[in-house]
Design a protein around this ligand. Structure first.
Ligand code: P6P
Length: 313
Protein backbone atom coordinates (compact mmCIF):
# COMPACT_ATOMS: atom_id res chain seq x y z
CA UNK A 1 0.00 0.00 0.00
CA UNK A 2 1.69 3.22 -1.13
CA UNK A 3 0.80 6.57 0.41
CA UNK A 4 -0.67 7.64 -2.93
CA UNK A 5 -3.10 4.69 -2.95
CA UNK A 6 -3.81 5.20 0.76
CA UNK A 7 -4.75 8.85 0.19
CA UNK A 8 -6.95 7.93 -2.79
CA UNK A 9 -8.67 5.23 -0.68
CA UNK A 10 -9.31 7.86 2.00
CA UNK A 11 -10.71 10.18 -0.67
CA UNK A 12 -13.13 7.49 -1.88
CA UNK A 13 -14.85 7.70 1.53
CA UNK A 14 -16.03 11.18 0.47
CA UNK A 15 -17.86 10.69 -2.87
CA UNK A 16 -18.42 14.42 -3.18
CA UNK A 17 -14.67 14.98 -2.92
CA UNK A 18 -13.14 16.65 -5.94
CA UNK A 19 -9.78 15.05 -5.31
CA UNK A 20 -8.22 18.42 -4.43
CA UNK A 21 -7.11 17.18 -1.01
CA UNK A 22 -5.43 14.11 -2.53
CA UNK A 23 -3.63 16.30 -5.07
CA UNK A 24 -2.45 18.60 -2.28
CA UNK A 25 -1.20 15.73 -0.12
CA UNK A 26 0.65 14.21 -3.06
CA UNK A 27 2.48 17.52 -3.62
CA UNK A 28 3.51 17.52 0.05
CA UNK A 29 4.77 13.95 -0.41
CA UNK A 30 6.77 15.10 -3.45
CA UNK A 31 8.37 17.85 -1.33
CA UNK A 32 9.28 15.30 1.35
CA UNK A 33 10.91 13.00 -1.20
CA UNK A 34 12.98 15.89 -2.55
CA UNK A 35 14.14 17.02 0.91
CA UNK A 36 14.89 13.42 1.91
CA UNK A 37 17.15 13.11 -1.12
CA UNK A 38 18.89 16.45 -0.40
CA UNK A 39 19.44 15.56 3.31
CA UNK A 40 20.77 12.13 2.35
CA UNK A 41 23.22 13.78 -0.07
CA UNK A 42 24.61 15.63 2.97
CA UNK A 43 24.01 19.21 1.78
CA UNK A 44 25.21 21.77 4.34
CA UNK A 45 22.64 23.13 6.83
CA UNK A 46 22.26 26.70 5.52
CA UNK A 47 21.62 25.54 1.97
CA UNK A 48 19.23 22.82 3.18
CA UNK A 49 17.16 25.27 5.23
CA UNK A 50 16.66 27.56 2.23
CA UNK A 51 16.33 24.72 -0.28
CA UNK A 52 13.69 22.80 1.67
CA UNK A 53 11.62 25.95 2.12
CA UNK A 54 11.79 26.76 -1.60
CA UNK A 55 10.88 23.18 -2.52
CA UNK A 56 7.75 23.16 -0.35
CA UNK A 57 6.63 26.65 -1.40
CA UNK A 58 7.01 25.68 -5.09
CA UNK A 59 5.36 22.25 -4.63
CA UNK A 60 2.41 23.74 -2.72
CA UNK A 61 1.86 26.64 -5.13
CA UNK A 62 2.17 24.39 -8.19
CA UNK A 63 -0.45 22.02 -6.71
CA UNK A 64 -3.02 24.73 -7.56
CA UNK A 65 -4.89 23.75 -4.34
CA UNK A 66 -3.49 26.26 -1.84
CA UNK A 67 -4.20 29.90 -1.10
CA UNK A 68 -2.14 30.76 2.00
CA UNK A 69 1.18 29.26 3.08
CA UNK A 70 2.88 29.88 6.44
CA UNK A 71 6.49 28.70 6.73
CA UNK A 72 8.81 28.84 9.73
CA UNK A 73 11.40 30.20 7.31
CA UNK A 74 9.35 33.21 6.11
CA UNK A 75 8.42 36.19 8.31
CA UNK A 76 5.26 36.83 6.27
CA UNK A 77 2.61 34.42 4.97
CA UNK A 78 2.59 33.64 1.23
CA UNK A 79 -0.71 34.50 -0.52
CA UNK A 80 -1.03 32.49 -3.76
CA UNK A 81 -1.98 34.42 -6.94
CA UNK A 82 -5.79 34.29 -7.51
CA UNK A 83 -5.34 32.50 -10.87
CA UNK A 84 -3.55 29.55 -9.20
CA UNK A 85 -5.48 29.46 -5.92
CA UNK A 86 -7.20 26.53 -4.17
CA UNK A 87 -9.13 26.11 -0.92
CA UNK A 88 -6.37 24.99 1.46
CA UNK A 89 -3.97 26.75 3.81
CA UNK A 90 -0.77 24.91 4.68
CA UNK A 91 1.38 25.73 7.71
CA UNK A 92 4.79 24.07 7.84
CA UNK A 93 8.30 23.95 9.20
CA UNK A 94 10.28 22.74 6.18
CA UNK A 95 13.26 21.48 8.17
CA UNK A 96 12.68 21.45 11.92
CA UNK A 97 15.73 20.77 14.05
CA UNK A 98 18.05 21.65 11.17
CA UNK A 99 20.78 22.80 13.58
CA UNK A 100 21.29 19.06 14.19
CA UNK A 101 22.06 18.24 10.55
CA UNK A 102 25.85 18.39 10.80
CA UNK A 103 25.97 15.78 13.58
CA UNK A 104 23.63 13.34 11.80
CA UNK A 105 20.70 13.62 14.23
CA UNK A 106 17.24 13.02 12.71
CA UNK A 107 15.41 16.18 11.56
CA UNK A 108 12.09 16.65 9.84
CA UNK A 109 9.35 18.51 8.03
CA UNK A 110 6.19 19.26 10.05
CA UNK A 111 2.93 20.37 8.39
CA UNK A 112 -0.74 21.08 9.02
CA UNK A 113 -3.64 21.75 6.61
CA UNK A 114 -6.68 24.01 7.09
CA UNK A 115 -9.58 24.69 4.73
CA UNK A 116 -10.09 28.42 4.05
CA UNK A 117 -13.19 29.91 5.64
CA UNK A 118 -15.97 30.42 3.11
CA UNK A 119 -16.31 32.75 0.23
CA UNK A 120 -14.12 35.82 0.58
CA UNK A 121 -10.63 37.06 -0.25
CA UNK A 122 -8.25 34.91 1.88
CA UNK A 123 -6.82 36.72 4.91
CA UNK A 124 -4.55 35.72 7.79
CA UNK A 125 -7.69 34.81 9.74
CA UNK A 126 -7.92 31.75 7.48
CA UNK A 127 -4.75 30.39 9.12
CA UNK A 128 -5.20 31.87 12.61
CA UNK A 129 -7.61 29.01 13.42
CA UNK A 130 -7.50 26.66 16.42
CA UNK A 131 -5.62 23.42 15.77
CA UNK A 132 -8.84 21.42 16.17
CA UNK A 133 -9.92 22.86 12.80
CA UNK A 134 -7.03 21.20 10.98
CA UNK A 135 -8.09 18.68 8.31
CA UNK A 136 -4.75 16.89 8.35
CA UNK A 137 -1.31 17.04 9.94
CA UNK A 138 1.91 15.10 9.74
CA UNK A 139 5.68 15.03 9.74
CA UNK A 140 8.39 13.49 7.64
CA UNK A 141 11.47 12.38 9.59
CA UNK A 142 14.83 12.32 7.77
CA UNK A 143 17.13 9.97 9.66
CA UNK A 144 18.48 6.45 9.24
CA UNK A 145 15.33 5.97 7.15
CA UNK A 146 12.78 8.44 5.82
CA UNK A 147 9.38 8.07 7.45
CA UNK A 148 6.19 10.07 6.88
CA UNK A 149 3.59 9.99 9.69
CA UNK A 150 0.17 11.32 8.65
CA UNK A 151 -3.33 11.82 10.01
CA UNK A 152 -6.27 13.01 7.90
CA UNK A 153 -8.54 12.93 10.95
CA UNK A 154 -9.26 9.22 11.23
CA UNK A 155 -6.21 7.77 12.99
CA UNK A 156 -2.45 7.92 12.39
CA UNK A 157 -0.49 5.95 9.80
CA UNK A 158 3.27 5.69 9.15
CA UNK A 159 4.85 5.31 5.71
CA UNK A 160 8.51 4.42 5.08
CA UNK A 161 10.26 5.59 1.92
CA UNK A 162 11.47 2.67 -0.18
CA UNK A 163 14.40 4.27 -2.05
CA UNK A 164 14.37 1.60 -4.76
CA UNK A 165 10.70 2.31 -5.54
CA UNK A 166 10.79 6.04 -4.68
CA UNK A 167 7.47 5.43 -2.92
CA UNK A 168 6.30 5.76 0.71
CA UNK A 169 4.98 2.34 1.76
CA UNK A 170 2.52 1.80 4.65
CA UNK A 171 4.67 0.16 7.36
CA UNK A 172 2.96 1.42 10.55
CA UNK A 173 -0.84 1.18 10.11
CA UNK A 174 -3.12 2.73 12.76
CA UNK A 175 -0.46 3.86 15.22
CA UNK A 176 -1.76 4.05 18.81
CA UNK A 177 0.34 5.63 21.57
CA UNK A 178 0.60 3.53 24.79
CA UNK A 179 -1.78 4.87 27.45
CA UNK A 180 1.16 5.39 29.82
CA UNK A 181 4.90 5.42 29.17
CA UNK A 182 8.25 5.06 30.95
CA UNK A 183 10.05 7.98 29.27
CA UNK A 184 10.00 11.73 29.85
CA UNK A 185 11.57 14.04 27.29
CA UNK A 186 12.59 17.58 28.27
CA UNK A 187 15.66 19.82 28.15
CA UNK A 188 16.81 19.46 31.78
CA UNK A 189 19.27 22.29 31.13
CA UNK A 190 16.33 24.71 31.51
CA UNK A 191 15.36 23.32 34.97
CA UNK A 192 16.56 26.46 36.80
CA UNK A 193 13.87 28.48 34.93
CA UNK A 194 10.92 26.07 35.20
CA UNK A 195 7.69 27.00 36.97
CA UNK A 196 6.37 25.00 39.92
CA UNK A 197 4.15 22.42 38.21
CA UNK A 198 6.80 21.44 35.61
CA UNK A 199 9.51 21.23 38.29
CA UNK A 200 7.21 19.12 40.51
CA UNK A 201 6.25 16.83 37.61
CA UNK A 202 9.86 16.18 36.54
CA UNK A 203 10.77 15.53 40.19
CA UNK A 204 7.99 12.88 40.30
CA UNK A 205 9.41 11.31 37.10
CA UNK A 206 12.81 10.98 38.78
CA UNK A 207 11.71 10.22 42.36
CA UNK A 208 8.25 8.60 42.13
CA UNK A 209 6.36 8.79 45.45
CA UNK A 210 4.18 5.75 44.74
CA UNK A 211 7.05 3.26 44.72
CA UNK A 212 6.90 2.86 40.92
CA UNK A 213 10.15 2.88 38.99
CA UNK A 214 11.61 6.20 37.83
CA UNK A 215 11.06 7.21 34.20
CA UNK A 216 14.00 7.29 31.77
CA UNK A 217 15.06 10.60 30.25
CA UNK A 218 15.40 10.69 26.47
CA UNK A 219 15.94 14.08 24.77
CA UNK A 220 17.27 14.49 21.22
CA UNK A 221 16.61 18.20 20.83
CA UNK A 222 14.92 17.66 17.45
CA UNK A 223 11.14 17.78 17.88
CA UNK A 224 10.34 15.31 15.11
CA UNK A 225 12.73 12.71 16.62
CA UNK A 226 11.47 13.24 20.19
CA UNK A 227 7.81 13.18 19.18
CA UNK A 228 8.24 10.14 16.90
CA UNK A 229 9.80 8.14 19.76
CA UNK A 230 7.04 9.31 22.13
CA UNK A 231 4.34 8.28 19.61
CA UNK A 232 5.79 4.78 19.15
CA UNK A 233 7.08 4.01 22.67
CA UNK A 234 4.81 6.19 24.85
CA UNK A 235 5.76 8.69 27.53
CA UNK A 236 5.67 12.49 27.54
CA UNK A 237 7.42 15.28 25.63
CA UNK A 238 7.61 18.65 27.36
CA UNK A 239 8.68 22.07 26.14
CA UNK A 240 7.44 24.20 29.07
CA UNK A 241 7.34 27.94 29.54
CA UNK A 242 10.14 29.27 31.66
CA UNK A 243 11.28 32.58 33.15
CA UNK A 244 13.30 33.35 29.99
CA UNK A 245 10.56 32.30 27.53
CA UNK A 246 7.11 32.79 29.10
CA UNK A 247 5.46 31.22 26.02
CA UNK A 248 7.97 28.42 25.67
CA UNK A 249 9.96 28.00 22.46
CA UNK A 250 7.87 25.90 20.06
CA UNK A 251 5.66 27.52 17.44
CA UNK A 252 1.90 27.01 17.62
CA UNK A 253 0.91 26.70 13.97
CA UNK A 254 3.60 24.40 12.57
CA UNK A 255 5.07 22.57 15.59
CA UNK A 256 2.55 22.47 18.46
CA UNK A 257 -0.68 22.02 16.46
CA UNK A 258 0.43 19.28 14.01
CA UNK A 259 2.09 17.21 16.77
CA UNK A 260 -0.89 17.71 19.10
CA UNK A 261 -3.28 16.71 16.31
CA UNK A 262 -1.31 13.49 15.73
CA UNK A 263 -1.13 12.70 19.46
CA UNK A 264 -4.92 13.03 19.90
CA UNK A 265 -5.54 10.96 16.76
CA UNK A 266 -3.24 8.25 18.21
CA UNK A 267 -5.13 8.21 21.55
CA UNK A 268 -2.83 10.54 23.46
CA UNK A 269 -3.32 14.18 24.37
CA UNK A 270 -1.65 17.61 24.29
CA UNK A 271 -1.86 20.39 26.89
CA UNK A 272 -0.40 23.93 26.98
CA UNK A 273 -0.29 24.31 30.77
CA UNK A 274 -3.58 26.18 30.58
CA UNK A 275 -5.81 24.33 28.07
CA UNK A 276 -6.11 21.59 25.44
CA UNK A 277 -3.48 22.58 22.88
CA UNK A 278 -5.83 22.22 19.88
CA UNK A 279 -8.29 24.70 21.43
CA UNK A 280 -5.71 27.49 21.39
CA UNK A 281 -6.56 30.33 18.97
CA UNK A 282 -3.30 31.85 17.66
CA UNK A 283 -3.15 35.64 17.18
CA UNK A 284 0.09 35.71 15.21
CA UNK A 285 1.42 33.25 12.63
CA UNK A 286 4.73 32.66 14.50
CA UNK A 287 3.24 32.63 18.00
CA UNK A 288 4.79 30.25 20.55
CA UNK A 289 3.20 28.09 23.25
CA UNK A 290 4.35 25.76 26.02
CA UNK A 291 3.46 22.15 25.18
CA UNK A 292 3.08 18.87 27.09
CA UNK A 293 2.11 15.99 24.80
CA UNK A 294 2.16 12.18 24.71
CA UNK A 295 0.55 9.27 26.55
CA UNK A 296 -2.90 10.10 27.87
CA UNK A 297 -2.20 9.16 31.51
CA UNK A 298 1.20 10.91 31.62
CA UNK A 299 -0.26 14.20 30.35
CA UNK A 300 -3.14 13.84 32.82
CA UNK A 301 -0.60 13.88 35.66
CA UNK A 302 0.96 17.20 34.67
CA UNK A 303 -2.48 18.67 33.89
CA UNK A 304 -3.51 17.90 37.49
CA UNK A 305 -0.46 19.79 38.79
CA UNK A 306 -1.19 22.87 36.62
CA UNK A 307 -4.90 22.80 37.49
CA UNK A 308 -4.07 22.58 41.21
CA UNK A 309 -1.70 25.56 40.79
CA UNK A 310 -4.45 27.54 39.02
CA UNK A 311 -6.88 26.88 41.91
CA UNK A 312 -4.33 28.28 44.37
CA UNK A 313 -4.02 31.53 42.38
P1 P6P B 1 16.23 23.26 22.92
C1 P6P B 1 14.91 22.65 17.19
O1 P6P B 1 15.66 23.85 17.19
C2 P6P B 1 13.61 22.92 17.92
O2 P6P B 1 12.89 23.92 17.28
C3 P6P B 1 12.79 21.65 18.04
O3 P6P B 1 12.97 20.80 16.95
C4 P6P B 1 13.29 21.04 19.34
O4 P6P B 1 12.30 20.27 20.01
C5 P6P B 1 13.64 22.28 20.18
O5 P6P B 1 13.91 23.34 19.26
C6 P6P B 1 14.87 22.05 21.04
O6 P6P B 1 15.09 23.22 21.79
O7 P6P B 1 16.04 24.60 23.58
O8 P6P B 1 15.97 22.12 23.88
O9 P6P B 1 17.53 23.11 22.18
Amino acid sequence: MTITRFVLNEQSKYPESLGDFSILLNHIVLGCKFVCSAVTKGEEQKKLDVLSNEVFIKALVSSGRTCILVSEEDDEATFVEPSGRGRYCVVFDPLDGSSNIDCGVSIGTIFGIYMVKDGHEPTLNDVLQPGKNMLAAGYCMYGSSCMLVLSTGSGVNGFSLDPSLGEFILTHPEIKIPKKGKIYSVNEGNAINWDGPTAKYVEKCKFPEDGSSAKSLRYVGSMVADVHRTLLYGGIFLYPADKKSPNGKLRVLYEVFPMSFLMEQAGGQAFTGKQRALDLVPRKIHERSPIFLGSYDDVEEIKALYNAEEKKE
